[in-house]
Every structure is written in structure tokens, then in C-alpha cells.
Design a protein around this ligand. Structure first.
Ligand SMILES: Cc1cc2nc3c(=O)[nH]c(=O)nc-3n(C[C@H](O)[C@H](O)[C@H](O)COP(=O)(O)OP(=O)(O)OC[C@H]3O[C@@H](n4cnc5c(N)ncnc54)[C@H](O)[C@@H]3O)c2cc1C
Length: 469
């Protein structure tokens, strides 16, 4: 039998990881990757730091050029090639070379879809103006940085206060640009943090001069030079600015597999089983285009984050390369962990907030404590606030939110294996977390929170307090 041809569509994080894994798993296979953009294998997560100027060049974000990818990973990567159609009955792809504008048909034996996600763009007049920047791809980041280098931008409006919005606001401030964030849906990081934790984070952002407005953009005022000069909001306000950044999240880019008959899941992303197989024969998928199982409540979620992209890609690539030998690899699900650091304030979250737990029908309670990051007598100690959520009855740990500095966010990683294992609050209390005066206090903030939560979970429910708010 001739060696199989494995094709991967999409070349940022999940695609190259799946392609490299497939080539490793079956060294005889011919592995081809198609990417419609000009670059493969770059760190999208580093874009804010590139725009801020902390990373010198766009090239420094690129892990592999196509040449190096072929030499070191055995994968032939074709940039500026768009896969326009999949024919799953005949195992054919129709690929357009965007440079020559020619289209050709290619046969695959196995196909991995890693088409990722597209930025949400508000449907308002003026979004196509020269100084409006969606923040997703490396070429868009380069366009923004070049614009900031060449034009006198004094004030920019960031539409959206999620983690990319706040990272971009920080990047602007570091470049000496005043930033206003428009976030109408309940404050910064509202998908991640409970209101009390959010306020702590917002205090730090406000202290650095960023303006946070509880308004949405309704229109952009474009001048005769084709550039936006003001944003109109739903409250009838007009905010003058010289640039607009769009950071209102992403949607999975499912058009290609959908047209071929692939099924979407309840979250709107592509449905796959735990071996990352789609419902179409010989087609796997991974990264921001798929939905994954959240282990805590078994809900299928769309979680467009880098570690999920790499983990699902390894499973998809390995299974696509299987030639019937051994068992397929399984993806073990996610616990919805993420972190961000802005103006020195770190945020780490994992699992469910109370609001998510109630939504999932889980009866829960929570505590919020503030303690020191190091021994209180050691210089440089700073406050860390931990909010811990547990299930009533079982005492199972459900989630954590941490805000502070000095190692606050990394503490989230202590909770990740516990949440995956379905551990109880008491299991956290049993852990001998490290103590060293310059690193951590004798009783870590996590243990103080766990102790308070264990007491609250064991306490009889008081009248009117059944939900432990
Ligand atoms: C500014 C920013 C900061 C981030 N920070 C973090 C962070 O701190 N931590 C974290 O965990 N995650 C972060 N992320 C998210 C992380 O970058 C994504 O989860 C990751 O890039 C997903 O990789 P992917 O390969 O699945 O999808 P994508 O990165 O979307 O790549 C998909 C690629 O497929 C290509 N493609 C689509 N359709 C076709 C087609 N038909 N033919 C050929 N090519 C096609 C697209 O051009 C695209 O290049 C950040 C993202 C951004 C934008």
C-alpha cells in the first residue's frame, strides 16, 4: 500500500501541532499543511506584547517557517493556499493558490481540520476604515503596530473588555496612547470573574488611566481621509479617537467543514468525539474550531485557548496517522483554566463560578479571602484574593478565581489537576503546599480559602442563605 497522504487545513497553533504529531506517529506518511495566510506557526498570544513593543519584530513570534517545518518536522507547508471545498465522498479537496489564483484538486487519505476561529466584528458603519483593527492574526497586529508607529495616535477605543481587550489596552498605555475600553456586558473580564473579583481587577486598570465605559459602539464617524475620528455609543455619546481596536471575541470558523456535511455541537463549534473525529469519514478536527467537554459539568464548550488547541491537535494528529494499530488516543476534556496579567495584576481562573454552577444545576457555595503572597514579614509581599467554589453535599471543588500579583495566577495550576480529578475541598486542604518566606506564606492563600470553604460546606444551611451567596 502506498504511504497515506494526511492533509491538515490551518497553520497557526493546532494545524502545525497536528501535522507534526501525524508525521511523528507515521514517518512514512506524506503530510501536507495548507494555510491561507502568509505565515505558519506563530504565537498569537504574544500579539499584545509585539504591539506594545516588548517583542521587537513580527518574525520573533514565528516558531517555524515553512522551510524549517519541512526540514525539522517532515511536513510540507503551503502558505497562501486556501482550501475551498471538501468532497468527503471522494476524499478530495479543492485548493486555491492565492498567489496565482489557480485552483486544483488534491486527494487525501486522512484530513485534519484546524481552521480555528474568526474575530467577531460588530456590524456597524465604518468598521472597514483604515484605522480599525480586529486583533487576531499576525498581519493585523503588524498593521496596527505600523499604524501606531507612523500616525499621531493619542487616544484609542478598545471595543470589548475580555482578556484580549485588556491586554491591548495595556499595550496602548505602554506606547503612550490613552485607552478607553467599551464593555457593556458587566465590566472587564465578565466571562471569567465574579463581580467582587472583577472590581479588584478594574481598580488596577483604572489606576493606570484606562477609561472603562459601560457602553457599546453603535457607529463610527469616518472622516474624508477614510479614517475613524470618533465612536458613537448606544448612550448617544461621541468619543473622539484616532484608532479603534476590535476585541469582542471569536466565532469558530466552521464554514468549510459545515459545507461538507460536518455536524456542529451545542456550543456552535464543530462536534467531535473524544478521539477528535468528526462525523465525516477520515476527517478529524482540533483547536479553536471544535468544542470540547468541560469535565466539571460534562457540558460541551467552545474554549478558544492555546493549551486546548495544542492538546486537541496532538490527539487529532496521532489518530489521523493511526493505521488501525492500537487504540485511538482520547482527549480527556478541559477544566476551563486561563490566566491574564495586566499592569502587574494577575488573574487566574479555573472551573466554574457560582453563576456557572447554578446554571449547570449544581448547588454550590463559595468563599472569598485575601491573604499575603509571601511571608508577611518578608519585603515585597502583596495581597492575593482567592474565591473558591465547592458543591454542597459532596464537598467537590468546582472552581477558583484568583486576583493579585506576585505569583497569584500560577496558583490556579494547583487547582487544575484537582478539578480534573473531581477532588473535594478537603483534598486541597491535605496538600503540603510550599512555604518559603520570599515565595509563599506559611499557609498559602489557597489553603486559607479551602479551610473557610470546608467549614461553610459542612455548616447547616441557614434560612435565606441556601445558595451561600
Ligand atoms: C491577541 C491574542 C492573544 C491570545 N492570548 C492567549 C493566551 O494568553 N492564552 C491562551 O491560551 N490563548 C490565547 N489566545 C488564543 C490562541 O491564540 C488560540 O487559541 C490559538 O491560536 C488557536 O489556534 P488554532 O490553530 O486552532 O486557530 P487559529 O489561530 O484561528 O488558526 C487557524 C488558521 O487556519 C487558517 N484557515 C482557516 N480556514 C482556512 C482554509 N479554508 N484554508 C486554509 N487555511 C485556513 C486561518 O487563516 C488561520 O491562520 C490568544 C489569541 C489572540 C488573538
Amino acid at each position: 500500500m502506498p504511504p497515506p497522504h494526511i492533509i491538515v487545513v490551518g497553520g497557526v497553533a493546532a494545524g502545525p501541532a497536528a501535522a507534526a504529531e501525524a508525521a511523528r506517529a507515521d514517518p512514512e506518511a506524506r503530510v501536507t499543511l495548507y494555510e491561507q495566510g502568509p505565515t505558519i506557526s506563530y504565537g498569537a498570544c504574544e500579539i499584545p506584547y509585539y504591539v506594545a513593543g516588548a517583542l521587537e519584530s513580527a518574525e520573533s513570534l514565528v516558531a517555524f517557517t515553512p522551510e524549517r517545518f519541512r526540514k525539522e518536522r517532515g511536513v510540507s507547508a503551503c502558505i497562501e493556499h486556501r482550501v475551498e471545498e471538501i468532497d468527503p465522498e471522494r476524499n478530495h479537496l479543492f485548493v486555491r493558490n492565492l498567489r496565482s489564483d489557480e485552483s486544483h484538486r488534491v486527494r487525501y487519505d486522512k484530513l485534519v481540520i484546524a481552521t480555528g476561529a474568526k474575530p467577531r466584528v460588530p456590524r456597524i458603519a465604518g468598521v472597514d476604515a483604515e484605522n480599525v483593527f480586529p486583533i487576531r492574526r499576525l498581519d493585523e497586529a503588524e498593521a496596527l503596530r505600523n499604524y501606531l508607529d507612523r500616525h499621531p495616535v493619542r487616544h484609542a477605543v478598545v471595543i470589548g473588555g475580555g482578556y484580549i481587550g485588556v491586554e491591548m489596552a495595556e499595550a496602548l498605555v505602554e506606547r503612550g496612547v490613552r485607552a478607553t475600553i467599551l464593555e457593556p456586558q458587566g465590566g472587564l473580564l465578565n466571562r471569567y470573574l465574579s463581580p467582587s473579583m472583577r472590581r479588584r481587577f478594574e481598580e488596577v486598570v483604572l489606576a493606570r488611566g484606562v477609561i472603562i465605559r459601560d457602553e457599546s459602539a453603535e457607529g463610527l464617524d469616518v472622516g474624508t481621509d477614510g479614517r475613524v475620528r470618533a465612536v458613537h455609543t448606544d448612550r448617544g455619546e461621541k468619543i473622539g479617537c484616532q484608532a479603534v481596536l476590535i476585541c469582542i471575541g471569536v466565532v469558530p470558523d466552521t464554514a468549510l467543514p459545515l459545507a461538507a456535511g460536518a455536524r456542529l455541537g451545542s456550543s456552535g463549534a464543530l462536534a467531535v468525539d473524544d478521539s477528535m473525529r468528526t462525523n465525516l469519514p477520515a476527517i478529524w478536527a482540533c483547536g479553536d474550531v471544535v468544542e470540547v467537554r468541560r469535565v466539571i459539568d460534562d457540558r460541551m464548550v467552545h474554549l478558544p485557548l492555546s493549551p486546548v488547541a495544542f492538546r486537541t491537535a496532538r490527539v487529532a494528529g496521532r489518530n489521523a496517522a493511526r493505521r488501525g494499530r492500537g487504540r485511538p488516543q482520547r482527549f480527556g476534556g478541559v477544566c476551563d483554566a486561563s490566566a491574564v496579567r495586566v499592569f502587574g495584576c494577575e488573574v487566574g481562573v479555573a472551573g466554574l463560578r457560582e453563576v456557572d454552577a447554578f446554571d449547570a444545576g449544581i448547588d454550590c457555595t463559595s468563599v472569598e479571602i485575601t491573604h499575603t503572597s509571601r511571608s508577611s514579614r518578608y519585603p515585597g509581599s502583596s495581597p492575593i484574593t482567592v474565591r473558591l467554589v465547592g458543591e454542597r453535599g459532596s464537598g467537590r471543588l468546582l472552581g477558583v478565581e484568583i486576583v493579585g500579583s506576585d505569583g497569584a495566577a500560577l496558583r490556579t495550576n494547583v487547582l487544575v489537576p484537582l478539578l480534573h480529578a473531581g477532588a473535594r475541598v478537603k483534598d486541597l486542604l491535605e496538600l503540603d503546599l510550599v512555604y518559603n518566606p520570599p515565595i509563599a506564606p506559611p499557609r498559602d492563600p489557597l489553603l486559607i480559602a479551602a479551610s473557610a470553604l470546608a467549614k461553610k460546606i459542612d455548616a447547616p444551611i441557614s434560612r435565606g442563605g441556601a445558595r451561600g451567596r
